[in-house]
Design a protein around this ligand. Structure first.
Ligand SMILES: Cc1cc2nc3c(=O)[nH]c(=O)nc-3n(C[C@H](O)[C@H](O)[C@H](O)COP(=O)(O)OP(=O)(O)OC[C@H]3O[C@@H](n4cnc5c(N)ncnc54)[C@H](O)[C@@H]3O)c2cc1C
Length: 510
């Protein structure tokens, strides 16, 4: 308690998109307050402890570790967390074949060519196209407001302009023939919560474009990364208050932001509020839709949230490394991802992966134990009217059962199991219907079609996976950087935020 009073900036929510913005603003000399409704900081980046075990609640890998490292250095907190590069991406198991995906574009393509040598040319063209999209995106403007500029852009950025509204499936159909190869080349779709037929190729190409160089893991859990940002906020004179839900974003009579009122009734004033919370929650409950221009309110209603997930946290005394597994294994019961999508909509496990966290970081568990995290893409509503509360245990058991092809008898040796459902995600983050990635990642909900950082409410800014940079840890940190940049401009500080890797971090445009 004791947050009441005057602040320069109040940040609602301590997800990575919130704490990264807060840390930069505090480092820039502003008096910053972060209000977090939950008892722990980090939102989806929060890690929890159970009997000497540390589980990341959601995040398992981080792209663009180098850029994040640069930001931590600039904030003076690089010593607070250790990012290590993982030497492979994943293994994807299909009904009668599997692919082990190494890092490095050449190695990644070769792994697929070895399985489908007759399609070498198509595989190379498909993944080079992804690279080209990535490079062209790095040169694209953040937003195009003048329609006549589109013609010019088509000449300058031909690949990007051709495929920017395509789905992953459409582009695979153009370059690849064998449906099994297409399934393998899109095996990572659960990371984005939509099957290839619904997933933006643009977003997928950006995503895999940064992951392919080698994802990073944060030793000791991603909580360390969150805590490093929190340290930077506190060192800059700011405050991070947990167990402090914001109930209302207060406005002056002329519509400008005045501050926030917490659920405990405390009033904190500030000329700027950054909301890292769910965008609908922000506008419809905290601000009040009556304060929004009609067009903005309608846009907010049109945007669809992403799918949710079920996550099972487990510990075992089995020697799981004897099976020589990948650090993350996707298991598909079907070759056709549309069949997998039908399974998960019907409430059966689908879009599943198993991560062996102690393979990367043995210190997460007591000696002799391994920690496993099984994840499945899952809908908010079950089709048969059952609640997730009723379904949870049976779902967790069958999800773990699916991985007994990876680790035989997995369920017989468990020393700990706890399951989280879409309702758990909703409860801990207030993300609409337990959304895992902000808005769904279809071609019409990415980049500039998501929400910009500035809003129609003067002094209110947004940061996190509902905004233009999109979802995932690295992108929401980028979103925090861009939000902080805009806030510094809005307050007329004359300060800016460095770009830590200016040449190849695309801002996500159009
Ligand atoms: C199961 C799962 C696995 C994932 N795996 C990965 C992965 O391996 N790698 C990766 O990069 N990304 C992963 N993601 C995606 C990634 O976790 C998110 O995109 C990202 O963490 C979102 O960060 P954020 O800052 O936008 O919001 P959030 O983390 O959702 O934070 C929002 C915060 O706002 C707080 N809040 C909301 N309302 C209020 C209020 N009224 N008052 C105060 N506080 C409030 C919430 O409590 C929360 O702390 C995964 C997501 C899920 C669900």
């Amino acid at each position: 308690m004791g947050q009441a009073g005057e602040w320069d900036v109040i940040v609602v929510g301590s997800g990575l998109g919130g704490v990264s913005a807060a840390a930069i603003l505090a480092r820039s000399g502003l008096k910053v307050l972060v209000c977090e409704q939950s008892d722990g900081v980090g939102g989806l980046a929060h890690a929890f402890q159970r009997d000497g075990r540390t589980f990341d609640s959601a995040i398992r890998v981080l792209a663009e570790g180098e850029m994040v490292q640069g930001l931590l250095d600039w904030l003076g907190v690089a010593d607070q967390c250790e990012l290590t590069v993982i030497d492979h991406l994943y293994e994807a198991r299909f009904p009668d074949r599997s692919v082990f995906a190494p890092t490095g574009l050449e190695e990644f393509m070769e792994a697929h060519i070895r399985l489908f040598p007759g399609e070498a040319e198509g595989i190379r063209a498909f993944f080079q196209l992804r690279r080209q999209m990535f490079l062209e995106t790095a040169q694209a403007p953040m937003r195009v407001t003048d329609p006549s500029a589109l013609g010019q852009l088509a000449e300058l950025l031909p690949t990007l302009m051709k495929y920017r509204t395509a789905t992953l499936q459409q582009v695979m159909d153009e370059y690849l023939r064998d449906p099994r190869l297409k399934a393998m080349c899109s095996a990572l779709w659960p990371y984005m919560g939509a099957p290839p037929s619904q997933l933006s190729f643009f977003a997928y190409s950006q995503f895999i474009g940064v992951l392919i160089d080698g994802p990073s893991y944060c030793r000791g859990s991603f909580q360390k990364l969150v805590d490093a940002f929190v340290t930077a906020v506190r060192r800059g004179g700011g405050q991070v208050a947990t167990g402090t839900p914001v109930e209302r974003i207060l406005l002056h009579p002329d519509g400008r932001v005045a501050g926030v009122r917490t659920a405990a009734g405390e009033v904190c004033t500030a000329p700027v509020v950054v909301s890292n919370a769910d965008a609908r929650h922000t506008f419809e409950e905290l601000v009040g839709a009556e304060h929004l221009p009609g067009a903005y309110a309608r846009r907010l209603r049109r945007l669809r949230p992403s799918m949710s997930a079920c996550v099972v946290y487990a510990a075992t005394t089995q020697d799981v490394l004897a099976q020589q597994p990948a650090h993350e294994t996707f298991v598909y019961r079907h070759w056709d991802h549309e069949d997998t999508w039908r399974d998960l909509l019907a409430g059966r496990p689908g879009g599943m992966s198993l991560s062996i966290m102690t393979m990367l970081d043995p210190g997460l568990a007591p000696p002799g134990e391994h920690l496993l995290i099984a994840t499945a893409v899952a809908p908010w509503r079950l089709p048969d009217g059952q609640s997730w509360h009723e379904r949870k245990d049976a779902f967790a058991d069958s999800l773990l059962g699916e991985f007994e092809t990876v680790i035989p008898d997995l369920r017989k040796h468990l020393t700990f199991v706890q399951a989280g459902t879409p309702q758990t995600i909703q409860r801990y983050t207030r993300n609409h219907e337990g959304a895992t990635y902000g808005w769904a990642m279809g071609p019409h909900q990415i980049g500039g079609k998501r929400l910009p950082h500035d809003t129609p409410v003067p002094g209110l800014f947004l940061s996190g996976h509902w905004t233009e940079e999109g979802p995932a840890s690295f992108r929401v940190i980028l979103s925090g950087m861009n939000t902080a940049r805009q806030v510094l401009g809005h307050l007329g500080t004359g300060l800016d935020v460095p770009t830590f890797k200016p040449d190849d971090v695309p801002q996500l445009a159009l």
